[in-house]
Design a protein around this ligand. Sequence first.
Ligand SMILES: [Zn+2]
Length: 569
Amino acid sequence: MRYSQTLIPTLKETPAEAEVVSHRLMLRAGFIRKLSAGIYSYLPLGLAAIRKVENIVREEMNRAGAQEILMPMVQPADLWIETGRYEKYGPELLRFKDRHNRESCLGPTHEEVITDIARKELHSYRDLPINLYQIQTKFRDEIRPRFGLMRGREFVMKDAYSFDVSDEAATLSYQKMYEAYKRIFSRCGLQYRAVQADSGSIGGNFSHEFMVLAETGEDTIVVCKSCEYAANMEKAVVVVEKKEQTEPLAELEKIETPGKRKVTAVCDFLKIEPTQLVKTMVFKADGVPVAVLVRGDREVEDVKLKNLLGVAEVEMADDKEVFDATGVPTGYLGPVGIKIKVVADQEVANMQNFYVGGNEKNYHLKNVNLERDCVIDGMADLRQITTSDPCPECGGKLGLTEGIEVGHIFKLGTGYSESMNATFQDKDGKDKHLVMGCYGIGVTRIVAAAIEQNNDDNGIIFPLPIAPVSVVILNLGINDAVITDAAEKLYSEFLSAGVQVLIDDRDERPGFKFKDADLLGTPFRVTVGKGFAKTGLVEVKTRKDGKVEEMTPEKALSTLQEKIVAALR
Ligand SMILES: [Zn+2]
């Protein structure tokens, strides 16, 4: 690749529209250009990085026995009506009519189309298992597309779908994909974690998100420092050991707490710790008020509450709503004699003779005991995990980190095959529904996430396996025959060795070339400069650690070739 003949429109200024570092750097490095909101053109180097990711994904999917297909982007509405998703999917599904007035949509995902293929082509248990995948452009009409390739409307995705005879067989297909995904993200050179995406119900966990770790991630994840456990904050399991109730139950007492409404104020006034107090918080669960009990120093986790109550929406009630539902002013609510449904965090069961609001202005209750004094409608893990909680798998220490979701795998079961009547004949001659799994990877998102994870003030620092080119050669003497000959010779030798290389042969000042080389994030830079005629040495710089070494062109070729082979192995 010759810089002088390649479209690499780098920018000096940071584009005002870019909010995150990957977006900023991809625009500045001339990788992408915006066409309209959330829709981008991929220019030569941007596309080269995307192709690198695609190739790794393709190789690992094929290795896992999946077969590549390509499904249409335009889909008939009829299929979506069959599964009920034409209604449910909402405005993210871009709908339109063709010239014959047929309702159609642009595919945001392909469960309907693949299930249609399966019901027509898979008839017998002998056809199974099968896993079909595609690498294709998807369209989701996001309300607020932003962050460049991180949250675009049009993007490249790999989606795979497995079909099996039974749930056990589907588990094997799932595990194969889990392993393939680990290989894919490792081979891309990314720091990542496989995160449990549901709360680990009995019988194993069959939904994982693959998160690239980055300071600018969209999700907070909990990771174990000792084992592989990782989970989304809202899904992380809090383990509380059941404690024996050792203290004798003391007599319930009403105590005056004039004007003390907040946990800290009550604790200061009574000279107690927040761990001796139980907060009573009111949430609207699909509009219905429910009181939630947690220890004074804990926070309620909305998602866990939603799961326990089996509702779609939970929201904190405001002061007026609390008063309307309970007749108690904010700050004095408690579970003893409360008029609404009460659920408790599991930890409260371990507490004895604790403090709660007195359900009366300026009063609290002392020596409350859950079993003796309260009527509870449900108890579960309802609070946010903290770094002082133990790892639910190994008991080790937990840490918090940010992550960007780049892959998601899950078992679908028979939902789609039932609604679309996709069956096969089993060994026993009976017709059964196909058991499905689906597996996505955001290909364009991986490139953005890799940049979020690997950059500095000067630009991108590409992991070698997905860098558009591995080496950039700077010719700092375009009008000097000795320098140019050496640079060109090295360029053709790298090409012959099969190394992807860019030669900066532009008639530009050295400072300009150095800046652009850093910005593009090419892993290795070889500079043929003024000193070459005297010393016969070129300068080799590693983008990642900034290490600079002088060596002969022959040595540069062999050293880098070796390093590149090792990194791609
Ligand atoms: Zn652990």
